[in-house]
Design a protein. Structure first.
Length: 464
């Protein structure tokens, strides 16, 4: 069984039995529940999709269902997640559905659900959609009130223009730097929109895996173990920067000019450093936000600029909620997700690329030299497999109690349990999609980070 229903949407592998996988019947049910829930004002819903093989089938089912519910559909075709988010706002639509399984392999697909602001549904709203889907008490439009589909391919250009219009994006400085980059767009929509962005910025480029086939050339998650092709290409010495995105272009990783990883965790850190340097004169200091499992380097950089850092629970909607609460100038997640409110409240690789290139052009240094300007931490990622009998909540409470009286530890329980020590941290949280506890830990070296994580894992094993 791969069908996963959550507050953020529905996802699974294509084909198989209903209720077990992502199939037309379950797509209809979930799309109908969303259409039943979403407040109807304009009567329009935006639909965009990444380059997956199953995309046309899923799109046809989604669009047909929305039409049957009486909504007019704006089909924007191949589109990144941030493009679809912006399209909702730009068109004045009531919401949007993004057909993408993000970094999951080719056999997966998913529906991600947006509100009228082009942002992911809150936990409460997502729970209501799940309730409606379970109840299946639906009311479809009669023949005189069916919606219709309009195809609109203008939003890539409108997205790019909105990036170029950002105050901290200096296109002229980027042009003068005469950068050449290598890009791995992993056979999806990045191969369509990123060349347009780079051309507008005057950046020379070579693309790997550029054809939008959905038949991914390698595991699409932008981790070092999956990126040997572009890392080898970078070692030829012909490029200033390597750029890697996932299939829906909301995650962003950089590679240094010598073929070494810049570090996915440091995408947000480097962009935030530039944004903070331009806003540090703000009275009281600027605010930044990332989730609890992201690198401490963002906090360090923020405080260096006289700002204030806040942590949020894992999940994009949790990060954006905290950003709005504190008025953050930038935030995101350590998986390469940059959220810049001046653009919109969503992870956006295009915004991240433009801000990073501006920073690089203004500093006049190599990418590897820029990386050395930031605190150097290493994150170890481990997991504890659970049995059906494991009481995860009770275990996390006991872990919290163990460290509550430790004067060297700060304990945060807004999402699992995170224990902060002066020079390292460890975060334990139950997965929403797998029967595991994720154990992330960070320290100055990978050995120290891994040792800390495994020490806490042993504590959990002893409790089971």
């Amino acid at each position: 069984m791969t069908l996963i229903k959550s507050i953020s949407g529905i996802r699974g592998t294509i084909g198989g039995r209903t209720g077990d996988t992502l199939n037309p019947l379950d797509i209809v049910k979930f799309t109908t529940a969303y259409a039943t829930f979403i407040p109807r004002k304009s009567g329009m819903i935006v639909v965009g999709r990444d380059g997956r093989i199953s995309g046309p089938m899923v799109r046809d089912v989604v669009c047909g269902t929305l039409v049957g519910m009486g909504f007019d559909v704006i089909d924007i075709g191949y589109a990144s997640t941030p493009t679809t988010e912006l399209a909702v706002r730009m068109s004045g639509a009531d919401g949007g559905i993004i057909i993408t399984a993000s970094h999951n392999p080719r056999q997966w697909n998913a529906l991600k659900l947006l509100n009228s602001e082009g942002e992911f549904l809150t936990a409460a709203d997502g729970s209501e959609v799940l309730r409606l889907a379970e109840a299946e008490d639906f009311n479809y439009a009669d023949v005189d009130h069916l919606g219709h589909v309009t195809v609109d391919n203008s939003f890539d250009d409108r997205h790019i223009q909105s990036v170029l219009d950002l105050k901290l994006v200096d296109a002229e400085a980027i042009r003068k730097a005469r950068f050449t980059v290598c890009v791995d767009s992993i056979n999806s929509v990045g191969g369509i929109i990123l060349p347009k962005l780079l051309e507008r910025l005057g950046v020379g480029y070579k693309f790997l895996n550029a054809d939008v086939t959905g038949d991914f050339a390698h595991n699409p998650e932008p981790l070092e173990k999956n990126l040997t092709g572009i890392m080898d290409e970078m070692r030829t010495g012909r490029y200033d920067l390597g750029i890697v995105v996932d299939p829906d272009v909301d995650r962003l990783a950089f590679i240094c000019e010598d073929g070494k990883m810049f570090g996915e965790e440091y995408t947000l850190v480097s962009v935030a450093d530039y944004v903070l340097s331009a806003t540090s004169e703000t009275a009281g200091g600027a605010y930044t936000v990332s989730n609890l499992s992201s690198t401490r380097a963002l906090r360090d950089v923020t405080e260096k600029h006289g700002g204030h850092y806040s942590a949020a629970a894992v999940g994009e909607v949790n990060v954006t909620t905290k950003m709005k609460e504190v008025g953050a100038v930038i935030g995101g997640e350590g998986n390469g997700g940059v959220i810049y409110p001046e653009s919109h409240y969503g992870r956006d690789a295009l915004v991240g690329i433009a801000l990073f290139l501006t920073s690089l052009a203004k500093k006049g240094c190599k990418v590897s030299e820029l990386r050395k300007q930031f605190p150097d931490y290493q994150i170890a990622k481990n997991r504890i497999d659970l049995t059906p009998q494991t009481d995860v909540d009770a275990i996390l409470v006991r872990v919290k109690e163990m460290f509550a009286k430790d004067p060297s530890a700060q304990v945060n329980d807004i999402d699992g349990v995170k224990i902060d020590f002066p020079d390292r941290w460890v975060h334990l949280r139950k997965s929403n999609t797998e029967p595991i506890i994720r154990v992330y830990s960070e320290a100055a070296t990978m050995e120290a980070a891994d040792e800390l994580g495994k020490r806490l894992m042993q504590v959990v094993y002893d409790m089971q």
